[in-house]
Design a protein around this ligand. Structure first.
Ligand code: G6Q
Length: 528
């Protein structure tokens, strides 16, 4: 049993709240020429500069004491050891095992989970190689050229984000589309222009009971049957799931199912079989590089002293921003078009993990928990919402992400892009005084972290994702919440299941007057 933690009742939390707020970033930099060197941490290929955060040595020390009081290191070790730290679901949390090398076994309840992981990875690799080489063909003998990944939430955002991020590594003869929304417009667009004989559907669902995914998969199945006949289904559908029974019930042969385990949370599953669509696109070797990148950061998180541990430091700075300075949101601003889905991915990772109000024992938290995470790739945001970031009354801490070398050959574009990233972080931190024209004044002192790497390779993407996974973990430890459940999505699902037959049938149940009014309106206007 994991002991609940009431961090806000500890002396260390009190000391944190009493720690003097550092002066303006202009003064911090002016007083300390070594600041930029000391407030940088390097992990793998990532260079993480947090010198523009509103912290000083006293704040960092107080935050580290809070991490100690919250037992961050003990909890981290419990996660790596496979203890059931997801207490409300009674499960281990072992996404770190998904990227462990084959020669580093990890035995949990008498089973070497790493051996199981590699067994599935090997099957995925064989299958991917066959499709990529054109050895596994569609039912009519045509080469499979189009992958349609059907999944939602954790079974969509990871592979969709990574497929976009690693576009430069895609097989030249394969493309992929991702369908998640139950809105029929999504599957219609995904199927538009495709030849069923050349299309492979990857139905990704941990539970295989998710209504959106099953609805989309059912429509896709009917589309294939219509074009190629019932017998073609086996050649055009594979499943990724933990639920063999439901996969078989849907009509996919479990010989074409790639499994994973209940200790992989949906939003932590990109590097499990949920990454199959990605592996098809980039190949098993590049997928292995992605996993190796994750592992580099896992090892750093597991072994580096807390004061030099990137996820710990970034997680604690997030605590300082959210709980002490009172900043409610956080912007993620990748200066890389390929990372266009990264903010959405992080939104789920962070907000579904740490958007909680009760602690491990069900008691109410006594401080704010996870921030609202949002963002867009630069430079587009600069011509839109950055106005508020620079001059608004609300302060939004930002993470800038950029790379020295792009995958395209337009160096002049890239120099401009990176100049903008660097300039924005500088402008936010230092501002500009124009007392004569206040509307042209920039207050500065707006905090940011800048994460850079040489290039967005599969390994670097793995490193980035693992970094944020562990940041979220550290914060969840401090707040004493279960970062690995997601009960908050249940009520809406239940009510939708209740309302669906009421919208289409005759019997309407009891609802408040607003809900009943909406249902009456829909029933009156619904055609077909
Ligand atoms: C993620 C959540 C959630 C989940 C989806 C899809 O952590 O659990 O986003 O991934 O609801 O679930 P299935 O994979 O079971 O279809």
């Amino acid at each position: 049993m994991i002991d609940p933690i009431y961090v806000t009742e500890t002396a260390q939390w009190g000391a944190l709240l009493d720690t003097p707020r550092p002066p303006h970033l202009r003064q911090l930099f002016a007083a300390d020429p070594g600041r930029a060197d000391r407030y940088v941490v390097e992990v793998g290929d990532l260079r993480i500069d947090y010198a523009k955060q509103r912290v000083d040595d006293a704040v960092v020390e107080a935050l580290l004491a809070v991490a100690d009081a919250a037992g961050v290191a003990t909890r981290r070790d419990a996660m790596f050891a496979g203890e059931p730290i997801n207490v409300t679901e009674g499960r281990a949390v072992l996404h770190v095992a998904l990227r462990r090398p084959a020669d580093q076994p990890l035995t949990v309840d008498g089973t070497d989970v790493v051996a199981e992981v590699h067994e599935v990875l090997d099957r995925m690799s064989r299958f991917s190689e066959q499709v990529r080489a054109g050895d596994r063909l569609g039912a009519t003998g045509k080469r499979l050229r189009h992958i349609v990944n059907i999944g939602i939430g954790g079974s969509d955002l990871g592979p969709a984000m990574a497929a976009r991020a690693l576009q430069a590594y895609h097989h030249a003869e394969l493309d992929a589309r991702f369908v998640s929304n139950v809105d029929g417009a999504a599957i219609t667009a995904a199927l538009d222009g495709l030849d069923a004989a050349e299309t492979l559907f990857v139905v990704s669902s941990k539970t295989f009971t998710t209504i959106e995914t099953l609805t989309n998969a059912g429509t896709a199945r009917a589309w294939v049957v219509d074009a190629l006949g019932e017998d073609a289904v086996g050649r055009h559908f594979v499943a990724v799931s933990t639920n063999a029974q439901e996969v078989a019930a849907f009509g996919i042969d479990i010989a074409h199912m790639f499994g994973f385990w209940d200790w992989v949370g949906g939003r932590y599953s990109l590097d499990s079989a949920i990454g199959l669509s990605l592996m098809l696109l980039i190949g098993p070797d590049r997928f292995a590089e992605l996993l190796a990148g994750f592992h580099v950061v896992d090892e750093h998180f597991r072994t580096a002293p807390l004061g030099a541990n990137a996820p710990v430091l970034l997680g604690l700075i997030g605590i300082w921003n959210a709980n002490v300075l009172g900043f409610d949101t956080k912007a993620v601003l990748p200066y890389a078009e390929e990372l266009s889905r990264f903010p959405a991915y992080l939104q789920q990772l962070d907000m579904e993990s740490n958007g909680k109000s009760v602690r491990l024992d069900g008691s109410a938290v006594t401080t704010d928990t996870g921030p609202i995470v949002w963002g867009e790739p630069g430079t587009n945001g600069q011509h839109a919402f950055y106005q508020l970031l620079h001059q608004g009354t609300r302060i939004v801490p930002a993470d800038f992400i950029g790379f020295a070398n792009p995958h395209h050959g337009h160096r002049e574009h890239h120099d401009l892009l990176m100049a903008n990233l660097i300039a924005q972080a500088e402008a936010l931190a230092f501002g500009r005084d124009r007392p004569d024209e206040p509307w042209r004044s920039f207050p500065g002192d707006r905090p940011s972290t800048t994460i850079v790497a040489d290039q967005l390779t599969p390994s670097v993407l793995g490193q980035l994702v693992a970094l944020y996974e562990h940041v979220v973990f550290v914060q969840g430890c401090v707040w004493g919440i279960d970062s690995f459940d997601q009960w908050g999505v249940e009520l809406g699902k239940e009510l939708a299941n209740r309302i669906t037959p009421e919208l289409t049938g005759d019997a309407a149940g009891e609802h408040d007057s607003s809900t009943a009014g909406l249902m009456t309106w829909y029933r009156a206007h619904r055609r077909g």
